[in-house]
Write a new protein. Structure first.
Length: 178
């Protein structure tokens, strides 16, 4: 076994990424506090060609040195938009014909493995301490929950987003290729 070189990874340029088709998926960041988490969202969204990130409320925005450090430049490739409130982002998404799902532990949430992923959907991820805001939940058609068996019943929000984005990519891209 040997590690692949950068050339063997067939990475595309920023220009080619800009032209490449993106998943019609939007990830909504509801008042994310950590700049490292925000950078991780950008980096993962780049990896899976997510359509856009919507940054809401106190969520920091590029350009920012701490975001850039974690994003490794993905803050320059992934489209993003800022909204003063998560509710404003949700209203815009509804106007644009998106369905919205919270990624949150709520009554009636759907386990991730049972969720039917579809295009033109937005996924709402909440604050590191408070989760998805109560004000944003009424805009959601439902919620997805990551099954857990540990003592914390909590996963870091950017790690959680990575798992959800992987499942989106797996269901909407990889399974289509097979």
């Amino acid at each position: 076994m040997r590690k692949l070189s950068m050339d063997e990874l067939n990475r595309i340029s920023k220009e080619d990424f800009e032209k490449a088709e993106k998943l019609p998926i939007i990830i909504v960041l509801d008042n994310i506090r950590s700049l490292s988490n925000v950078g991780a969202f950008f980096r993962t969204a780049d990896a899976f060609r997510i359509g856009a990130l919507y940054l809401c409320g106190i969520t920091a925005r590029p350009p920012h040195r701490e975001i850039h450090k974690t994003a490794l430049g993905a803050d320059e490739t992934v489209k993003w938009r800022y909204f003063e409130t998560t509710e404003a982002a949700c209203r815009q998404l509804k106007e644009d014909g998106y369905r919205i799902y919270a990624v949150e532990q709520v009554e009636g949430s759907i386990p991730l493995q049972d969720f039917e992923f579809a295009e033109r959907t937005a996924y709402l991820l909440g604050n590191e301490v408070e989760g998805v805001s109560e004000e944003a939940l009424p805009y959601c058609e439902g919620a997805i929950e990551l099954p857990q068996e540990g003592t914390k019943h909590s996963i870091n929000v950017s790690v959680c987003a990575g798992i959800v984005m992987w499942k989106l990519f797996e269901n909407l891209v990889l399974k289509q290729k097979n």
